[in-house]
Design a protein around this ligand. Structure first.
Ligand SMILES: Cc1cc2nc3c(=O)[nH]c(=O)nc-3n(C[C@H](O)[C@H](O)[C@H](O)COP(=O)(O)O)c2cc1C
Length: 392
């Protein structure tokens, strides 16, 4: 299920709308923006294939990318592994014995925008290379679908799928597939058939498409109408906000969004710049610096502007710590592009203050973007002469 996750934070209410992608992706050349093929592979001398320019898993990963239309991501370590076969056997044994986590040279940008992630590796000593542990332990796999694939020279998958399930909490880990290294290296078409068969047998396109949601401008208008209570059943059918479908999580989110949406008739007093006090001005400055830091992904500044125990609440009611919320901004799950504060009212009471009004935000959340005007209701506290965002 594409989780149309909208974040209602105590700072902003952000709704999700459009990815603006065409629903008519061509059938011949598959393309899925939300599919990533990650892999680790080593070139050089290897068992059964001699000295090779490209590793066996590397070649297999390319086939997977061609067959799925996903993007490729190579997992690379800072250390360079020896090309000679007898040397790599020794190095791999050492890493395994010492339970090492080799430092990685590459990391995935916009990890949050991928729903289906292939994870590819060779078998080393009946297990994944230790670099795969570094890799898998670096990300939050919650909600992802993982498809393991590997090359080997007799061990098959060994116990690696179970190991991946243990590491990647919250992910759906599929059965995956295995190809002999020598087949991937020398018999590309046989390897391709193995990949195609697995994809067909497991309804891969359905897996990817179920997670990938295409929106049109009309969909966004419909969604806005829904938020304003002007929807019809027809408008809503077939989309993640389908009230009659089984996307209950999304509907729940959207109902909360609707409640939060500014649809009020009350007039908000605008704070006039002529009468603004120093404290009101400082509160507004904290707010503006915070919004700008969200856009800039400036985590240091974000941390600087909130109290130590500040939490952020999801639409669904899920509460995040500031570390979790800022983490999602940093890793690209949440992206903010612009903000505009409308009709602000700052009420200062001693060392506490309340900022009300609305904020128009341009954002991209979990791969879907939109512009939304939503209610702002923020609490501040003055600590050591500095106004910080705080929980109520
Ligand atoms: C250090 C090392 C250990 C290996 N251990 C195993 C093993 O336990 N079982 C097996 O079937 N193949 C094993 N192999 C063979 C590789 O899994 C196989 O050659 C694989 O296709 C290599 O993939 P790559 O070229 O992408 O690195 C090992 C290879 C190396 C280099």
């Amino acid at each position: 299920m594409k989780r149309l996750i909208a974040l209602l934070t105590t700072v902003v209410v952000t709704a999700v709308s459009s990815a603006f992608s065409s629903p008519d992706a061509t059938a011949e050349e598959p393309h899925h923006d939300n599919v990533l093929i990650t892999y680790f592979s080593r070139a050089g001398e290897n068992y059964s294939v001699g000295v090779v320019e490209r590793g066996n898993t590397d070649l297999l990963a390319e086939i997977v990318a061609e067959e799925t239309g996903g993007e490729l991501f190579r997992i690379e370590t800072v250390r360079e592994y020896p090309s000679a076969y007898d040397e790599i056997l020794t190095v791999a044994t050492e890493e395994r014995t010492n339970k090492e986590r080799p430092e990685l040279k590459t990391s995935i940008e916009n990890f949050g925008s991928y729903d289906v992630i292939f994870v590819g590796y060779p078998i080393w000593w009946g297990d994944m290379p230790m670099a795969m542990y570094s890799f898998l332990e670096s990300y939050d796999w919650n909600g992802k679908t993982i498809i393991p694939f590997n090359t080997h020279e007799g061990s098959g998958q060994a116990n690696t799928v179970t190991t991946i399930k243990g590491i990647c909490e919250g992910a759906e880990v599929m059965s995956g597939f295995s190809v002999r290294g020598s087949v991937a290296q020398n018999e590309g078409e046989s390897a391709r058939t193995i990949v195609q068969n697995w994809l067909d047998n497991n309804n891969f396109n359905k897996i990817a498409e179920k997670k990938e949601v295409h929106y049109t401008m009309q969909d966004i208008r419909n969604l806005q109408d829904f938020l304003l209570g002007r929807h019809t059943e027809e408008d809503l059918s077939g989309k993640p906000y389908d009230l009659t479908g089984d996307e209950r999580w999304d509907v729940f989110d959207l109902c909360l969004m609707k409640k939060a949406y500014i649809n009020d008739t009350q007039t908000i007093d605008t704070t006039s710049s002529a009468t603004i006090t120093t404290d009101q001005s400082a509160v507004l400055e904290t707010y503006e610096r915070f919004e700008q830091a969200m856009i800039d992904k400036d985590i240091d500044t974000l941390n600087d502007l909130v109290t130590a125990d500040k939490t952020f609440t999801h639409m669904s009611g899920k509460v995040q710590t500031k570390e979790e919320f800022f983490g999602e901004i940093a890793d690209g799950t949440l992206n903010y592009y612009s903000y505009k504060l409308n009709s602000p009212v700052v009420t200062v009471d001693g060392d506490t203050a309340l900022l009300t009004g609305s904020t128009t935000l341009e954002a991209k959340v979990c791969g879907a973007s939109g512009t939304w005007t939503l209610k702002t209701n923020l609490h501040f506290i003055k600590q050591d002469g500095k106004w910080l965002l705080t929980d109520k």
